[in-house]
Ligand binder design. Structure first.
Ligand SMILES: [Zn+2]
Length: 174
């Protein structure tokens, strides 16, 4: 039931069946999200979703996304864990005009050529909720502040670190 693209003609029947489905999201097939990841192996998000018809006779997707994504720390590019726990409710709409007619157009899921792009919609939700600047917490294992930095011989000296100054400048700019 919860596949990458679901024919719009099936949605109402799915809603009437009332069935839930859980499945792992194919993160590797989500290119925009993949760009943010640093720990692809450990990252996993489970989708628990179902279709419902609301009181206004609109088709909606109710979904819970849970798991963890490992994002690239913007200080050291190491992996930072982002625990994912999102509940979304999206109204399925046929076109932009119908989306704009909603109280909140962002709560819409736009059909494409008669199909519902489920995984891309879930990718949108994850991107919207992800921290803008993922970083290790102060005092955590941020390699940018630790000695060594993975350089040859664990060189933590001030020499041969052409970007050290740049990093300070960037930090000051924040
Ligand atoms: Zn870091």
């Amino acid at each position: 039931m919860l596949t990458e693209r679901i024919a719009a003609s099936r949605l109402r029947a799915l809603a009437l069946s009332g069935s839930h489905e859980r499945r792992a999201l194919p993160l590797a097939a989500m290119p925009r999200l993949a760009e943010l990841l640093a720990g692809e192996q450990q990252s996993n998000v489970t989708l628990d979703g179902r279709f419902v018809v609301d009181a206004a006779d609109r088709l909606c997707l109710e979904a819970e996304l849970s798991g963890e994504l490992w994002l690239a720390c913007q200080r050291c590019l190491g992996a930072v864990r982002w625990p994912v726990q999102l509940a979304v409710r999206l109204v399925v709409v046929e076109d932009e005009a119908a989306a704009q007619a909603l109280d909140d157009p962002f709560d819409s899921l736009l059909l494409e050529a008669g199909e519902l792009p489920l995984f891309r919609a879930m990718e949108d939700e994850l991107l919207a909720a992800a921290p803008l600047v993922p970083r290790h917490a102060k005092g955590a294992a941020c390699r940018a502040s630790a000695a060594g930095d993975g350089e040859p011989d664990g060189a933590a000296a001030d020499t041969h670190r052409p970007f050290a100054g740049l990093q300070e400048l960037l930090a000051r700019g924040r």
